[in-house]
Design a protein around this ligand. Structure first.
Ligand code: NAP
Length: 270
């Protein structure tokens, strides 16, 4: 039987070719302070290895992590043995510990965070770094030196591309004016940031979509006959300008279904 492989797409003008579906890894490293529909145990090493191997076999080359995802970066550093075959996206700005999340977008903390991610991921470069917004997108861009610091680190060759995971359309548009890409929430029940995707398309910038399944609530609360994974992926891919959709999962059957649905949903219109 032939295995169907996900198509790849250009990440704006960065030169990076990303799989049109990426693997989100919050659930690899953190199970407290999360908003998923049900509680869960962190997967063991074999379960993480299995989902990574299945994703790779189906053409996924993009994996999304963050310092705020608990042990996610460290686990990827240990378990992702074929580093060069992957594009790793990590973040700066948000920290998470037993007292919850806190944010630091200063140049000093940004540099410290990048050095720590390199160590944890056992790599001498990071493919993509996104600023993990606290919701005040414009303040981060206008009142901190986080973007300038990432630009310098890019010129030094430590990172290949950067942008911000934003929470507002205004912040998404400003992000694209000052960086390579934005990560935006977009699904069939939330399209408030669609103008960011349109701007990215016309200016050759990259877009990652987060929360395509509304953090699992689209699936668990679905009353419809129609498969919510299919509905949401058809909705997202029918809009030109999306580079990749990052779906989080620790379930190989779920992720395999998401890959099938992503392949079926894609047209030539991006
Ligand atoms: P999501 O991808 O919309 O949903 C993930 C949830 O859906 C998980 O609980 C997963 O459970 C479930 N799921 C996935 N496929 C399924 C299927 N086929 N059938 C049933 N359930 C399914 O939401 P997300 O994890 O919040 O966001 C995705 C990724 O985006 C994250 O992992 C992270 O990498 C990134 N993200 C970034 C930010 C940011 O601010 N930068 C914020 C949120 C998310 P199972 O594990 O059981 O499959």
């Amino acid at each position: 039987m032939t295995v169907e492989i996900l198509p790849k797409r250009q990440l704006g003008d960065t030169g990076l070719l990303v799989s049109s579906l990426g693997l989100g890894t919050v659930k690899f490293g953190r199970n407290s302070g999360v908003k998923y529909p049900s509680s869960f145990k962190l997967p063991n090493d074999d379960a993480v290895r299995n989902i990574i191997a299945m994703c790779k076999e189906r053409g996924v080359n993009l994996i999304d992590t963050a310092p705020a995802y608990g042990h996610s970066e460290e686990r990827l550093g240990q378990l992702l043995t074929d580093r060069k075959d992957w594009l790793i996206c990590t973040k700066v700005g948000e920290e998470f510990d037993s007292s919850g999340s806190y944010f630091d977008f200063s140049a000093k903390h940004t540099k410290h965070s990048i050095e720590r991610s390199l160590k944890r991921l056992r790599s001498d470069y990071l493919d993509i770094v996104l600023v993990h917004s606290d919701g005040n997108d414009m303040d981060i861009i206008e009142k901190t030196d986080c973007f300038e610091t990432l630009q310098r680190l890019k010129e030094e060759g430590l990172i290949r591309a950067f942008g911000m995971s934003t929470k507002t359309a205004e912040g998404g548009l400003a992000t694209l004016k000052h960086s390579d890409m934005a990560m935006v929430m977009y699904n069939s029940s939330y399209a408030d940031e669609e103008s960011v995707i349109d701007y990215a398309r016309s200016h050759r910038k990259g877009i990652f979509v987060k929360k395509a399944l509304n953090s699992g609530h689209a699936v668990s609360g679905s009353q419809n006959e129609e498969d919510p994974v299919k509905t949401n992926l058809e909705f997202i891919y029918s809009h030109a300008g999306v580079s990749s959709v990052i779906i989080g999962s620790i379930n190989t059957v779920h992720m395999s279904h998401n890959i099938d649905a992503a392949i079926s949903a894609q047209t030539t219109s991006y």
